[in-house]
Design a protein around this ligand. Structure first.
Ligand SMILES: Nc1ncnc2c1ncn2[C@@H]1O[C@H](COP(=O)(O)OP(=O)(O)O)[C@@H](O)[C@H]1O
Ligand SMILES: Nc1ccn([C@@H]2O[C@H](COP(=O)(O)O)[C@@H](O)[C@H]2O)c(=O)n1
Length: 203
């Protein structure tokens, strides 16, 4: 099976998952998704407090060797057991999730276009572009409501690592994109054009 590999990058809270889900829904049964977030390094070597101090927006925090190996295997037609990640405990979770090879493979993550070994593996590279203030508001909402974080900790982490790493790595990686999509998965014009192009490439 030859798969069409679609990379979806963009800053935190930009709408990557929303776009991924829209494509998974539209191409149900024909698409699989792989998430860079699931390839954050395991940190059983550190205690819970130490894990809150890491820079999770640095490319060094991802196990890209494993991600490249898994994506290469998937594209070659073999299923992979992807790790999963626990954002509440800031560590790799025990559970794995099986990803089946499909005609469309979607790969999502803030830094996938900043990693020179991953970027060339994508046939279509999409960058979801959303203003920083909107992304920050979404991030506060998510981290406080879903990840058990305090407003102070979100603010501290945003200023210490999220914002500077975005400016250093994520934003410049936009130049590696084929298409820049303002507002991601709810941009219906972009979504329709994208679906048309994917159908065309699969035909
Ligand atoms: N175009 C949009 N308009 C309004 N809210 C959106 C839009 N796209 C995403 N969201 C919301 O913003 C939040 C973050 O979106 P998400 O897709 O999870 O971003 P990311 O995966 O890039 O972190 C979610 O609550 C989602 O429902
Ligand atoms: N333990 C962790 C690991 C990562 N993050 C943040 O996740 C963001 C990337 O995921 P998105 O869904 O927002 O694209 C990234 O900005 C990390 O700071 C975290 O909060 N905790």
């Amino acid at each position: 099976m030859t798969s069409l590999v679609i990379g979806i990058a963009g800053g935190t809270g930009s709408g990557k998952t929303t776009l991924t889900n829209a494509l998974l829904e539209r191409f149900a049964g024909r698409a699989s998704a792989m998430y860079h977030d699931n390839y954050y390094r395991a940190h059983d070597d550190l205690d819970a407090e130490q894990r809150t101090t890491l820079n999770y927006d640095s490319p060094d925090e991802f196990d890209n060797d494993l991600m490249v190996e898994h994506l290469t295997r998937l594209v070659a037609g073999a299923p992979v057991d992807s790790p999963t990640y626990d954002f509440v405990h800031n560590n790799r979770a025990a559970r794995t999730v099986r990803i089946e090879p499909k005609p469309i493979i979607i790969v999502e993550g803030i830094l996938i276009f900043a990693e020179p070994r991953l970027c060339p593996l994508f046939d279509i590279r999409l960058f979801v572009d959303t203003d920083a203030d909107v992304r920050l508001l979404r991030r506060i909402h998510r981290d406080v409501l879903e990840r058990g974080r305090t407003l102070e900790s979100v603010e501290r982490r945003y200023l210490a690592t999220v914002k500077p790493m975005h400016e250093l790595y994520v934003e410049p990686s936009k130049r590696n994109a084929h298409i820049i999509i303002p507002e991601g998965g709810r941009n219906m014009v972009a979504l329709d054009l994208l679906i048309h192009e994917i159908e065309h490439q699969l035909a």
